[in-house]
Design a protein around this ligand. Structure first.
Ligand code: XUL
Ligand code: CO
Length: 477
């Protein structure tokens, strides 16, 4: 029992961490002697001493340089930066404190003054743009409430958001854009039963109003996509839940979002981000296949794509590659929340990806998809609690970017070598015969097949050659 409760506490860590900073932890280090208090404008650089990160190649020993990610290099007819379309997640990078259910925040970024004020929100936004500039990333992702504080009323929250968004628009210049925006419909207590699937119509309306506004500001900032992640759209118990009614409400909510998107002329892609659980015991967008079925049932195919997050994939018992392929073969692969879990931990640890094999499989799906644009790779990933230097923010992103860049290079090697594709082609070659082609064309009626089965006798079943496939894969890494 006790172990179960501890696990539940741990699985909620992402959300609780967000909750900790919402309360305004004291993050101004005492030894700065009030330098950062008062929430005024920040003078000077946020990351002094950290240069613009450059590509130095695999032999470089400089931690503040890319070894594999060379933005301008052309690979398979596209610049590396256009394959990757990297994005920084504002909530992890600028609102993550390292706090967990058992411990206080560990990160004391020098620009933080310990408040959740509007002035602090603006200062943080300036830090975001200096970081983007130095790391060489042109995209960022945000929740409405990460970037601007909640007000006493919806009107006041909207005004706060407008003020911060105006600054973001100015700081974006002509190059930087949101990869996607979203509404935070999971932290405030009003959303405890969900937003679009709440049993209270007043909450449904509030959620609609929040999404409406978040979509407007995403559009205003030139965002390329808009995300729906239903952290609390699910249930804790089926006994008190009318699942059919809740799913119908979610379908209506998505329909209304499509209508509003068209009304305001927002051409970005709407994305649903599947996750099986955490914080809710069962989330309705469990995985890619479940979400595809939801979209089909409610006539929303063609209006939405999926944002696949690798750590969510493993939480649902799949690999990231499986989720990407499921999305891709259904024409639904829109974006990737690039992170990874820990093989020994069963919750959403949101770590930066460092496994080259995983990255290679991810990039294989991306190449097969012809890229992700207008989607990209959003680093929905956080520093470890124990990584507390400002420099660690750079190191984590450099490592994540290099891992995926290395994955791209390995995937290209695998494709250009061709041995694996040939193995797969041969495996299915019986379907290239006349009768196989008839089956694939939907002309394989049971009577004809029965006659053939009797004529042919016991079929010869060839080896699957799995070890050989693994050997080909390994040699590309
Ligand atoms: C939570 C998660 C979210 C979404 C956006 O696990 O991934 O941050 O990406 O709401
Ligand atoms: Co995510």
């Amino acid at each position: 029992m006790k172990g179960g409760r501890i696990l539940l506490l741990l699985v909620c860590s992402t959300v609780i961490t967000l909750g900790v900073f919402a309360a305004g932890p004291p993050t101004c280090p005492a030894d700065l002697g009030g330098k950062c208090s008062g929430s005024g404008e920040w003078e000077g650089e946020f990351f002094p001493g950290i240069p613009k990160i450059k590509y130095e190649g695999p032999s470089s020993k400089n931690p503040l340089a890319f070894k594999w990610y060379n933005a301008e290099e052309e690979i398979l007819g596209k610049k590396m930066k256009d394959w990757m379309r990297f994005s920084i997640a504002f909530w992890h990078t600028f609102r993550g404190t390292g706090g967990d259910p058992f411990g206080a925040p560990t990160k004391y970024w020098p620009w933080e003054d310990g408040t959740n004020s509007l002035a602090m929100a603006k200062r943080r936004m300036r830090a975001n743009f200096e970081f983007l500039e130095k790391i060489g990333v042109d995209r960022w992702c945000f929740h409405d409430r990460d970037i601007a504080p909640d007000g006493e009323t919806l009107e006041e929250s909207n005004r706060n958001l407008d003020e911060v968004v105006a600054l973001a628009k100015e700081l974006q210049g002509t190059k930087i854009r949101p990869l996607w925006g979203t509404a935070q419909l999971f932290m405030h207590p009003r959303y405890m039963h969900g937003g679009a699937t709440s049993s209270e119509v007043g909450v449904y309306a509030y959620a609609a109003a929040q999404v409406k506004k978040a979509m407007e500001v995403t559009h205003y900032l030139g965002g390329e996509n808009y995300v729906f992640w239903g952290g609390r759209e699910g249930y804790q118990s089926l006994l008190n839940t009318d699942m059919e009614r809740e799913l119908d409400h979610l379908g209506r909510f998505c329909e209304a979002a499509v209508a509003y998107k068209k009304k305001i002329g927002f051409n970005g892609t709407l994305l649903i981000e599947p996750k099986p659980q955490e914080p809710t015991k069962h989330q309705y967008d469990w995985d890619a296949a479940t979400t595809a079925n939801f979209l089909r049932k409610y006539g929303l195919i063609g209006e939405f794509k999926l944002n696949i997050e690798c750590n969510h994939a493993t939480l649902s018992g799949h690999s990231c590659h499986h989720e990407l392929e499921t999305a891709r073969i259904n024409g639904l692969l829109g974006n990737i929340d690039a992170n990874t879990g820990d093989p020994q931990i069963g919750w959403d640890t949101d770590q930066f990806m460092t496994d080259i094999s995983e990255a290679t499989l991810v990039m294989l799906s991306v190449i097969r998809n012809g890229g992700l644009a207008p989607g990209g790779f959003n680093f929905d990933a956080k520093l470890r609690r124990e990584s507390t230097d400002v420099e660690d923010i750079f190191l984590a992103h450099i490592s994540g970017m290099d891992t995926l860049a290395r994955g791209l290079r390995s995937a290209v090697k695998l494709i250009e070598d061709g041995s694996l594709a040939e193995l797969v082609r041969k495996r299915y070659q019986s379907f290239d015969t006349e009768i196989g082609a008839q089956v694939e064309a939907g002309k394989g009626d049971f009577e004809t097949l029965e006659k053939l089965a009797m004529k042919w006798g016991e079929p010869k079943v060839p080896s699957a050659k799995q070890e050989l496939a693994e050997m080909f894969f390994q040699s590309a890494l």
